[in-house]
Design a protein around this ligand. Structure first.
Ligand code: 5GP
Length: 204
């Protein structure tokens, strides 16, 4: 069985990533979502263990000390991290894993030379549209919207280091495109720079 691969997906908040993932994930088998740890408070409707593992700062810092994170970063004044063990366990079972992480986390993984990962950036059609969506969501305070917009501009500047850019203009179309990107990546014969195959055909 070949090891599951990683799909690293980043997007400024409000770009529509969560909606897209909620529609794309159930369409594909053998694909699992990595539930991150965060020190942020849950938003209304978010569930422990489904959206995030919500932990206290002290616990998060203890996990950093133990090397429990594949990557971690501070985003909008909160800490977020990807559990190394959870991701590796899925990959060992041949399951592909979607990591919804920010541009700092993606850069950490890229620099660590984690080559069997596809990097996908989801962008809004414009900054103005992003602002409209953030306000429409109604879950953030005004001050938080300003922080998120400033971060979004910085994140958009990082999109050229991703292999795929998906501009989310229209949800149905973007669902098809994201599904297609994942399927095409799965059909790739090679990813490693030395040309080593990443897929294998069973004897029987
Ligand atoms: P939100 O608070 O809106 O759920 O997420 C804020 C940002 O944190 C998003 O850009 C999201 O991709 C990012 N994020 C979520 N989990 C992780 C993680 O485990 N690591 C990193 N680096 N970023 C994360």
């Amino acid at each position: 069985m070949s090891k599951g691969r990683l799909f690293v997906i980043s997007a400024p908040s409000g770009a529509g990533k969560t909606t897209l993932l909620k529609r794309v994930m159930p369409r594909l088998t053998g694909l699992s979502f990595s539930v991150s740890h965060t020190t942020r408070q849950p938003r209304p409707g978010e569930c422990e263990g489904v959206d995030y593992h919500f932990v206290a700062r002290a616990e998060f810092e203890k996990m950093i000390g133990e090397g429990a994170f594949l990557e971690h970063a501070r985003v909008h004044d909160n800490l977020y991290g990807t559990s190394r063990m959870a991701v590796e366990r899925l990959q060992q079972q041949g399951i592909d894993v979607v990591l919804d992480i920010d541009v700092q986390g993606a850069a950490i993984l890229r620099e660590a030379g984690l080559v069997d990962a596809a990097y996908i950036f989801i962008a809004p059609p414009s900054v103005a549209e992003l602002e409209r969506r953030l306000r429409g969501r109604g879950t953030e305070a005004e001050e938080m919207i300003a922080t998120r917009l400033a971060n979004a501009r910085a994140e958009l500047a990082a999109m050229s280091s991703y292999e795929y850019l998906l501009v989310n203009r229209q949800v149905d179309e973007s669902v098809e495109l994201l599904t297609a990107i994942i399927l095409a990546e799965r059909a790739r014969a090679h990813r490693f720079p030395d040309g080593r195959a990443i897929g294998a055909i069973a004897e029987r």
